[in-house]
Design a protein around this ligand. Structure first.
Ligand code: AQP
Length: 333
């Protein structure tokens, strides 16, 4: 069977270091393997909470620009907007009829995002994991590289694939494998080591954006939460020190080494020495991406062309899968 990767990011706001280290950089690495890869900008997911409609298209282009700037090669991988492939939403409805409410009720992202407003948020936010399952299964994707926070949603996608196969008595959808890779599978907020770094965090200081300049990155790292102790000598010493653990993890991920390696270099030192080294590393990794993104954003027609070609390619895979799904389910045609 073809090894096929599918993953995506929401154009809710600009991407941040968590999106980059937890997912995007891994996509770039995987692209060199023996996989067919599709990367979408999941704009249908981005409207599940209140959003600015006049910004949606430009944010979609910006996320596509980030993919390309980080190293996704449109000649090797398919880059497209989710909404340009209507088969995602069509398959979602079919899968929704098989998704158990009890399982959806257990989704922690819904609980986190709905917060105290669970009664008032839209059905789309609740059904988000079913659309995500459709995003994956419409391509019969076998591998899904994501950050740690998406693990539970992927379990649901696996579950729905199995339910369909059992109900219709055939091995139609493969079981998509999560690929949660690298040292920083869950990058935390720079302001609160207990919270995930997130695009929707109201505090700009909580995250490093892919569009931040060197000075901003250094200032955010300088103010990042740590504690009064120096860096520990070993990984056990990071226990119950969430802010400290987060910065060491980010450093390890950027340097592509382990946290133990970082501590063997910096253990016992003060944060005032470590933070500038971390800022330097982050700037060295991100500034070429930021510059390339700016170049691409200055030429939106180029991005639009890549997205249009990507949508055509994606539809050429998705349409036959949808048709076969509907045939199996017994629809008239
Ligand atoms: N903090 C993170 N650490 C590691 N990986 C992360 N990802 C997101 N945040 C982190 C991974 O990035 C990919 C795209 O995520 P998304 O755009 O679908 O949205 P999300 O997971 O809900 O991320 P945000 O930043 O928190 O967005 P908002 O605030 O808009 O909801 C996924 O692979 C995710 O795991």
């Amino acid at each position: 069977m073809t090894k096929r990767i599918l993953s995506g990011m929401q154009p809710t706001h600009g991407l941040h270091l968590g999106n980059y280290l937890g997912a995007l950089r891994n996509w770039v690495d995987l692209q060199h393997n023996d996989y067919e890869a599709l990367f979408c900008v999941v704009d249908l997911h981005a409207i599940t909470l209140p959003y600015e409609s006049d910004m949606l298209a430009s944010r979609t282009r910006e996320v596509a620009a980030a993919y390309i700037a980080a190293g996704i090669d449109p000649r090797k991988s398919t880059i497209f907007a989710q909404s340009a492939v209507p088969e995602h939403s069509q398959l979602m409805w079919l899968l929704a009829t098989m998704a158990q409410m009890g399982k959806l009720d257990r989704m922690t992202q819904f609980k986190d995002k709905a917060g105290k407003n669970a009664e008032r948020v839209g059905l789309g936010l609740y059904a988000y994991p079913v659309l995500m399952a459709a995003d994956i299964l419409i391509y019969k994707a076998t591998h899904v590289p994501v950050g740690e926070d998406q693990k539970q949603h992927l379990e649901l996608a696996r579950d729905l694939a199995a339910t369909f196969n059992t109900r219709y008595k055939r091995e139609f959808f493969p079981q998509p494998e999560p690929q949660i890779l690298g040292e920083a599978t869950r990058v935390m907020s720079l302001q609160d080591g207990a919270k995930k770094m997130s695009k929707s965090d109201p505090s700009e200081k909580s995250r490093i954006n892919l569009t931040d300049d060197a000075e901003t990155i250094a200032a955010k790292i300088k103010r990042a939460q740590t504690d009064s102790e120096p860096l520990p000598m070993n990984v056990e010493g990071l226990k119950d020190r969430a802010g400290a653990d987060n910065l060491v993890t980010i450093y390890a991920a950027l340097k592509r080494c382990s946290r133990a390696d970082v501590l063997s270099e910096f253990g016992g030192q003060q944060w005032s020495g470590f933070k500038p080294a971390l800022a330097e590393l982050a700037v060295a990794e991100l500034s070429p991406i930021t510059a390339k993104m700016a170049d691409l954003m200055a030429n939106p027609a180029k991005i639009d062309k890549i997205l249009a070609q990507g949508a055509e390619k994606a539809r050429s895979i998705a349409a036959p899968v949808l048709k076969e799904t509907m045939d199996i389910m017994g629809f008239w045609h």
